[in-house]
Design a binder for this molecule. Structure first.
Ligand SMILES: *Cc1c(COP(=O)(O)O)cnc(C)c1O
Length: 254
């Protein structure tokens, strides 16, 4: 066998075994949850495939992975074309520019980073052409970092009630990316604050919600077990499955 073949095969084995390891870590984190922190029995693993080729996604799918997360629209659309034969659930997890909302609403099942009324309105309009509403998580800037996207918990209610009135969006819950420089005690505390925030929304808006919010999208390669212990229902894991990425946010495509 020639080299290309073997390295592609190694890659497939690596992705499948990394996925198995992540799934095992998710199972043990689920067993360590305080029963009071359990929002959903199952935790959904989103495999974050930004910067990785369609072939890697196909390998992960072959190993049973269904949900994939992408950050950059053009990159995602080209991979979606290559993978159109697979029943993948696509999650848009990157920052959302308003000129991209049309395509995002039409090519993804979930959008995790909604933090402005204007963006929500545009997604809602663009989704009206489709039978199923778009699943939405509101991004919270839980660490209060000045440079980060996401809204402050204190500003949440206005955006929340606005989205509730949009018929083509289905509000599922909250998403966050905490300050990566925090230690694990601080991270655990902020993940816990997210759970409390979701709980309080479910209580305060009970009469307006067709179904209670069921989603806390939090936890990445470095901290997903901790996030799960605090109530995460969706974790977004990239490098622990696919290996290191070779572009940074400055050189990344849109
Ligand atoms: C890239 C990214 C991830 C995955 O990061 P890893 O550290 O590679 O697991 C998760 N969530 C968001 C929003 C991302 O941009």
């Amino acid at each position: 066998m020639h080299r290309l073949c073997c390295s592609a095969m190694n890659n497939a084995v690596n992705i499948a075994s990394a996925l198995a390891q992540v799934r095992q870590n998710i199972t043990s984190a689920c067993q360590q949850r305080d029963p009071a922190h359990i929002l959903q029995a199952q935790v959904t693993l989103i495999a974050v495939s930004k910067s990785k080729p369609a072939a890697d996604i196909r390998q992960a799918y072959g190993a049973g992975q269904i949900d994939f997360g992408e950050n950059y629209l053009q990159e995602a659309l080209s991979k979606q074309q290559d993978l159109a034969d697979l029943a993948i659930v696509w999650h848009f997890i990157g920052p959302i520019q308003s000129n991209k909302t049309q395509a995002i609403a039409q090519h993804f099942a979930w959008v995790h980073g909604v933090d402005r009324v204007k963006i929500a309105q545009r997604l809602n309009e663009a989704r009206s052409a489709m039978p199923q509403p778009l699943n939405i998580c509101i991004q919270i800037n839980i660490s209060g970092e000045a440079s980060k996207s996401g809204i402050a918990p204190a500003q949440l209610d206005e955006l929340f009630s606005a989205i509730l009135s949009m018929p083509h969006l289905r509000l599922r819950g909250l998403m966050t990316i905490p300050d990566p420089s925090l230690n694990s005690a601080q991270l655990g505390q902020q993940f816990g604050q997210m759970r409390e925030l979701l709980h309080s929304l479910n209580q305060r808006y009970a009469s307006q919600l067709a179904q209670p919010l069921d989603t806390l999208s939090m936890g990445m390669s470095s901290d997903y077990p901790l996030a799960i212990q605090q109530g995460a229902t969706m974790v977004r894991v990239g490098s622990a499955i696919f290996g290191e990425r070779h572009y940074n946010s400055l050189s990344a495509p849109n």
